[in-house]
Ligand binder design. Sequence first.
Ligand code: GLC
Length: 641
Amino acid sequence: MRAAPTMWRWPAAAAAAWLLLAVLLSAVAATGAEYVKYKDPTQPIGERVDDLLSRMTLAEKIGQMSQIERANASSSVIQKYFVGSVLSGGGSVPSEKATAAQWQQVVTKMQKAALKTRLGIPILYGIDAVHGNNNVYNATIFPHNVGLGATRDPKLVKRIGHATALESRATGIPYAFAPCVAVCRDPRWGRCYESYSEETKLVQLMASAIVPGLQGDPPANHPKGTPFVAGPMNVAGCAKHYVGDGGTRRGINENNTVLSFHDLMRIHMPPYDDAVIKGVASVMISYSSWNGVKMHENRFLVTDMLKNKMHFRGFVITDWQAVDRITTPPHQHYYHSIQETIHAGIDMVMIPYDYPEFVADLTSQVSKGTIRMDRINDAVSRILRVKFAMGLFENPFPDHRLTGELGHKEHREIAREAVRKSLVLLKNGKGGQKPVLPLSKKASKILVAGSHAHNLGFQCGGWTKSWQGQGGNNITAGTTILEAIKSAVGNTTVIDHAEHPDKSSIAKDASEYEYAVVVVGEPPYAETAGDNQNLTIPSPGPEVIKDVCGLVKCVVVLVSGRPLVVEPYIGSMDALVAAWLPGTEGHGVADVLFGDYGFTGKLPRTWFKAVDQLPMNYGDKRYDPLFPFGFGLTTKPTSQS
Ligand code: GLC
């Protein structure tokens, strides 16, 4: 990573800042203006929180608890409701190809409005920067978490966190709804690719790396649970979705996790304890339920466990419109749902559209005493503590010097390294035959086939440019796997490319193809749209595999968010690579296919034989996988210059 711009070499800058402050404070004193403790950064954060809280009206307090959608966050709305936070939901952008500078203008306009309110409390702008700043055109898109789990490289994941923080700050955004620290126990879950692993310890390893990557390293004596964000080149993080989101019945999203308390604590809770130890700024609550109780109204797990027993002192935020989903159908008995979630211990409510109703209902309940003021004060104190801890009062505005961090080549190199290390080699050569990989760069003629060979959107997956993700090659800047193959092989190599070549054309040239690379997999999806009970490779993937691999030596590269059914076809494959959802840096795939780097990735999840085995996880008594958790063949780098 580049040395921080000279401005941020702390000792000199800090000394200058303190001196300036001392001068300013004495000037204030000289003018006789009121000294305002919460505005004094030399004061302890706790005292600043108490001072500010003591000055706030109920309307200002409830405003701080409200997070509204970007599209509604006009200056007048921000000022009328004293809005404390704004988010971009998946795909919520100022324009399709908005530049970093244009994003910064949006955030600056909102911040100016917020600072003009009576107490001048800055807003906190949040976005789902879950594999890079992925809503934003031209951002570096890193492999999704399942691929990072395959790397087993926490130092790399920490670097990804810092690069993501820089690319978020490039757009003026200081808050990321990341990391997802779900322990996905069933690949039928549409969010399994957002989980580093089925294995708790691996998720803990990654959580302990990504949180300081995003937020910065807390000092050795940092009190457990106190939110920590090092400075204006870091972002506040959000461990999500608390707790047990990855353990629902049959992997059904937002459904019910049926587990003993012991198993919930053993399997799903440890990554949160690690995140809290690292000073994570916020925790997002899961839509799911535990033993039939919605997490958003589970006071025992949110307040008694997370806040009291685990000493979490950041703020707890709902998921998107989660208050509405307390009831089925949603948004029934809204008044009661608000009472349940606030009483459970939620501090900030992601209320993208219904903020007028939310504010009115909550105000009424506090005024009537059905919600106690000390609960409101706890919520607001936590939110203010994070804002003070991250320096938002001192640095409320975007830093225009950071716009160049968006899509920076050094970040793309980190992403390319992550792609390399995420690839898991499951088969290399048919029984008894010599290995197929690495491939020759000097082949005379090769075939590249499959729906995912030349589709940037497919290789990025969900949460890319839009909530669900999308196909296509102009969605953002990046390199497809086909483009990477073309740049890897010699210029004498003839490359035939067809997504779904017909059998006769393959047969005609079969003897001329030294090998074929077949890249197939899943189309992008997010959340419930990704729930899948059969986990077959979407058509025409299996047909392409059969047609090509039946006639030409073939390497199948599977681009998917999870293990899929491969057992029926694996016999026809000469090699099989799990590429997960690699993101924009397709060169990382070619780097390893052609031997510039060896295969090192290890399965972060069990690869089942058939879906009727599910759920089946490492450590289960009944464990009969096609490829076990931790499996991965290796190859040595070979120079083919
Ligand atoms: C979504 C997701 C959550 C995300 C939030 C804001 O529904 O569940 O992961 O952070 O809403 O986009």
